[in-house]
Design a protein around this ligand. Structure first.
Ligand code: D54
Ligand code: ZN
Length: 279
């Protein structure tokens, strides 16, 4: 699995576009019949993509985590951003429609991914996994698409009207560290997470999906007073270290999976930044 070491905010101003993308953008998670994975040393989170296209795919363990199974000391939230599929955890099968989330707790053994109709109109399932170290076992739990705690945010007038579904969080499916959900922009709204924020207690990753192939999200990162941007395509993720803002504007509407891990799970523990204070 690809290793990405932690970076500090003072590194950012010296980075050119290629380095910003190499360090913070995850471009190639989804490959047919494979598992694409990145290990970030920011809060030791693992991002992975699984596409069971012509065959089922079993989640491997990786030398970088030195454990007998992937979930020996870890937990994960998994969202299906593709066609309908199943995840079978130690023989128990869970069906995930597009946008559904499965939390898998520490101690799970065999985890097998499959598509329900890979050659159908919706295509193969595309599973996005976000994992963090876990100190105890919470039950593996399915949340249907559109479920969890729903928050309506933003306004059409400021082009940021969006629906946020909190799937794994303090008042929903419980976990050790992982907090996860999906935000969907309403048609005509393009901005996410504006006004923007940081949260020095947690690392966060955004996985953009349902973005047309020729559209892009201009995603802001870096300290709020020293921002940079990366252009992000469908199925790509951006890792935001604790000191980094994370906010973006699309050239078309889109959805994204947000997922965090770190010091706490308090969703509203954010350090908000007024737009006028950003640089
Ligand atoms: O810390 C929380 C995360 O950045 C996201 O939940 C924000 C988000 O989905 C949004 O504003 O649309
Ligand atoms: Zn955030």
């Amino acid at each position: 699995m690809e290793q990405r070491y932690a970076t500090s905010p003072e590194h950012v101003p010296g980075m050119d576009t290629a380095e910003l993308r190499r360090r913070y953008l995850v471009e190639h998670l989804f490959t047919d019949d494979a598992v694409g994975a990145v290990y970030s040393h920011h809060d030791r989170v693992v991002l992975a993509g699984v596409v069971p296209a012509t065959t089922t795919v079993t989640l491997p363990t990786f030398p970088e985590i030195a454990s007998a199974t992937f979930f020996e000391r870890r937990e994960a939230g998994i969202v299906n951003v593709g066609g309908p599929g199943t995840i079978t955890v130690d023989g128990e099968q869970h069906k995930l429609e597009h946008g559904a989330c499965l939390y898998v707790g520490r101690g799970a053994g065999e985890v097998v991914f499959a598509s329900l109709d890979a050659t159908g109109a919706a295509g193969a399932a595309r599973f996005y996994l976000f994992s963090a170290p876990a100190h105890t076992a919470h039950p593996t739990t399915l949340v249907p698409a559109g479920g969890g705690t729903v928050r309506e945010l933003g306004d059409q007038v400021t082009s940021n009207r969006r629906t946020l579904n909190q799937y794994v969080h303090e008042n929903g499916v419980r976990s050790c560290q992982v907090v996860m959900g999906v935000t969907t922009l309403h048609p005509g709204s393009m901005w996410n997470t504006m006004p923007a924020h940081t949260h020095d207690r947690r690392t966060e990753a955004y996985l953009y999906f349902d973005l047309p192939a020729d559209a892009r999200v201009v995603h802001l990162l870096g300290e709020p007073t020293e921002t940079r941007h990366v252009l992000v395509a469908d199925g790509q993720a951006v890792i935001s270290p604790s000191w980094s803002v994370h906010s973006g504007v699309g050239t078309a509407a889109y959805s994204f999976v947000w997922a965090m891990a770190g010091e706490n799970q308090a969703f509203d523990d954010m350090d908000g930044f007024a737009v006028a204070d950003m640089r």
